[in-house]
Structures are given as C-alpha cells and as structure tokens.
Ligand binder design. Sequence first.
Ligand code: FAD
Ligand code: SF4
Length: 505
Amino acid sequence: TPVTVWILGDQLLRAHPAIEAVEAQAGRRNMRIVLVESDARIAQMPYQRKKIVLILSAMRHYAASLRERGYLVDEVRAPSFVAGLQRHIAQHRSQRLVTMAAAEYETRRFQQDYLSQALGISVEVLPNTQFLTGRRNPFPDVEPSQRVIMERFYRAMRRHFDVLLEPDGSPTGGAWNFDRLNRRPLPRSVAPPPPLTFEPDAITRRVIAEVEARSGGVGTATGFALAVTHAQAEAALADFVAHRLAAFGPYEDAMSAAHDVLFHSMLSPYLNIGLLEPLQIVRTVEEAYRAGAAPIQSVEGFARQIIGWREYIYWQYWRLMPGLRDANAWNATRPLPRFFWSGDTDMRCLRHVIERAIATGYTHHIERLMIVCNFCLLAGIRPSEVNDWFLAHYVDAYDWVMQPNVIGMGLNADGGLTATKPYIASAAYIRKMSDYCDGCRYDPKRRIGPDACPFNTLYWNFLIRHEATLRANPRMGPAVLGLARFDASEREAVTRQAEMVLGEN
Ligand code: FAD
Ligand code: SF4
C-alpha cells in the first residue's frame, strides 16, 4: 500500500526529509507526494495577493520539478487541508502519511494532534529542517521567563556552524560586530541597483489570473515578478552578492522615498518557503568575503541577519508560544487607524511605507521597525491588530516570524524577552536616516502646534505616560532624562496634542 508524503506550501525544499525518508523505506513507486491548495487557508486573512501568487506558483513549479525527477505527485485543490488529504487518501488508498513539522504553531498542532484522527490513518511528523536551530539549539534548557539576548545566541550559532571564524576560533576581521561602521543614511549620489525580477511563465500567469479572480486580499497580483523556482531564487541570491552585498552593511538602516530594497537582499520570501536555505546563503556570502568581493562589515552584518536574527526569532517563537499573541506589556488598547489599509495620511514616511507594503508586499527591516512599529507603539495600538496588519500585507509573512518580530521586537509587548528596550524614536531619527521629512506637511523639529510632527508629539507623550517604567530600564535612562526640561505646562500641552493626534487618526 502506498505511503503519502504531504508537503506544505512553505516547505519546498530541494532535499525534503519526508521524501527522503519514505523513499528509503518504501521505495519511490510506493510513495505518493501530495500538495494541497486549501481555500480555507488561503482565505484565512485578506493576504497580500502577491504572496498568494508566490506560494501557489512555487508549489506548482515544485510539483512539476518532482514529477520531472520521476516522483508520483498529486496536486489537490480543496476547501481545506483535511478535505484535500481525505480525497487523496481515498483515491490512492494510503495507509500512512508522513509530513515535516510545520514552522507555524497552529499548523504543527494540527499535524500532531488532529490529523491522524481526521484521516483515520497513521501520521508521522518528522522534525523541521528549515532552520539551523533544528540541528543545534544553543540554549535548550532556558526557562521561558529567562532572557537570552540575540548577541549571545548569534555567537553560539556562529561558533557551532563555523561561520566567519579564523583557525584559532577568533572572529574574522577581529570583532564579532561591526555596527559602528554601519548605520549610515543614503547619500543622494548613491543609486542602489534594483533586485532581479522574473517574467511570469505560463504557470505563474495562470496563478495570477486565479488570484485576481478571488475576493478579499491586499494589493494586486498584477506586476508579480518574484522568483518561483530554486534556480530563480539562486539567481536572486547571486545577483544580491554581485551587486548589493558590498554596501549592505553601511546602508542597512537607511530609508529612502525613491528606493525600497536599497542594498538589502530581498531573499526572505524565498528563504521562508524553502527555495533557499540558511546555510547555503551564509556560505555564499562567506565565499564572497574570502574572494575580496565585499568588506567584513557587510558580510558579517548580513550573516548575522540569517544565522543570528532569523534563527533567534524562530527560537523565541517556539519557546514563547502559545502565549505570545496575547502579550500586551504596555497595555495598548487603541484600534489600528484606518489609513493603514490605504496609506491615506499626511505623514509622508508612513504614507510611503504603507503604500509600498500594499503595492509590493515588501518594505525593509528599518521601515517595519522604526516607521510602522514605532508609530504603533507610540500610539498605543493593540499588538494583535498590528500583527494582523503585517500578516496581511507582507510577501514574507508567516506566524513564526511575525509574532516575535511585531509583538516582541517591534512593540516590546512581551515584557522585554526579545528586545531589552522599546524601539521608540522621534522624528529626529527618521529625519537623520531617511529623506521622508523633506516635503512632508509636518515639521520634524516641532512637537506642539499645528505643524508638529506626530512622531514627536507621540514620542514625548509616551515618555510622559510611561515615565516610571522607562526610568527603571537602564537603557532608557538618557531618553527619559530629556523630560527633566519639561515644566508642567509643557507636559500638559504634549498630552493634549497627543490626544488630538490620536483622535484624528
Ligand atoms: P535583509 O536585510 O537582506 O536580511 C537578510 C535576511 O535576514 C532576511 O531575508 C531574513 O531572512 C533575515 N532576517 C533579518 N532580520 C530578521 C528578523 N528580525 N526576523 C527574521 N528574519 C530576519 N521577516 C520575515 O521574513 N517575514 C516577516 O513577516 C517579517 N516581519 C517583520 C515585522 C517586523 C515588525 C520586523 C521588525 C521585522 C520583520 N521581519 C520579517 C524581519 C525583517 O524585517 C525581514 O526579514 C527583512 O526585512 C526581509 O527583507 P530582506 O530579505 O531584504 O532582508
Ligand atoms: Fe514622518 Fe514626521 Fe518626517 Fe513627516 S516630519 S516624514 S511625519 S517623521
């Protein structure tokens, strides 16, 4: 009797552990690989249409490539995962299903606790291999309440996987971190080379038409130009290494109205669905460094994103779930302003970032953190609503990466387990790191009055409201000290103006 291998849409690995295991046990002829396109999953939220195109097209290309390699593949479209799997199992008379553990909490629970009963056959869930922490958990025994900072985690991963280390074990370039050389704004004279785009083929064009015909969703499927195969994703990686990696470090925090990707890699959409893998990317950039193609502050900074931040976020997710979604350490209770769904606001920075997220499904890290989350934290927006906005808009959004980044890092709602201080900033930071303030109707130097930048008003209002809590955090001390210059009437003016700003939105 045949064995079924169920592959999820974000697990399109070249070497898939479930395929390898079943092929070794039962042989290729006794194996049926199934990919289910579940309507319920696709419509669970009004997702970014380009993300739906990416996943469905990549799944169909993956199925085709497996068939070319001689596997028997069943592609099922069904109202739900269970309905699709039931149909497949009835047709092929499978007695057993093997699958790889989902990266997302709910789906993994579904695989482990529900699937076997729903299908009436035995289900085996193999460990997830898409993250390096699956192979090496550097801190397996820490309590959920105990904080492990990213830097410690990163160094442990770097040592274990031997990334950018000298033969004596010291870090390449003489330091673990070169941030002091980075964090530069983008000079007007620098024009970042745009990332590679990919002309949709017949499969992708068909998916685009199907997604356009669906109701709900954010943005449009038209204009989709992402990679949908391993070969294309590898071409995107090579393009990044050749044209943007060298300047990645210096400009990783820069923001621009004219450029969205700048010197970032734009690889997260591919990495998150298995078209690329973390160690493959890290070895490639290490090679570029050894070949003299990029300086250490860029290569180290980039490797830290992949084996540091990304792995750390996934590790945090699995140790903090399922409680993370309800975390709300700053007691934020306001609803998300409606302009988040249209970009219709006079705040030029937010307008650009929201419009970009709607149109492309991508904005880089600092815009997510220091524009969107910064505003939401200062304005006291409910964390779960911010989380859902991100999940709906971005092409690289998945529950495992969203919750720790939005609720933990961006909104500091997890009590400081992910970030040791809230990432809050006034317009001074945005003005320094971007060109957004030029031409904005607000004045980035004012905090009170009709032209005052809302980021300033809300920043000082946040410090006033949470003064006692912030004072207790040693990393926030200097910020709160600024309040000493405020007399009672100035505090009151800020509070009053903040109420007005929040009322308007
Ligand atoms: P680059 O700047 O080129 O970085 C390289 C890679 O490092 C990324 O592709 C990504 O895989 C990894 N990386 C870097 N930082 C993180 C991080 N904090 N968490 C996870 N991976 C990281 N990333 C997602 O993949 N999906 C999301 O839905 C997502 N939502 C985010 C929401 C917020 C509020 C914040 C602050 C960050 C979020 N991130 C998310 C992390 C990060 O912003 C994106 O991974 C990155 O912007 C993707 O663009 P890039 O590939 O050009 O990244
Ligand atoms: Fe954003 Fe304020 Fe600058 Fe306008 S002035 S772009 S609202 S930071």
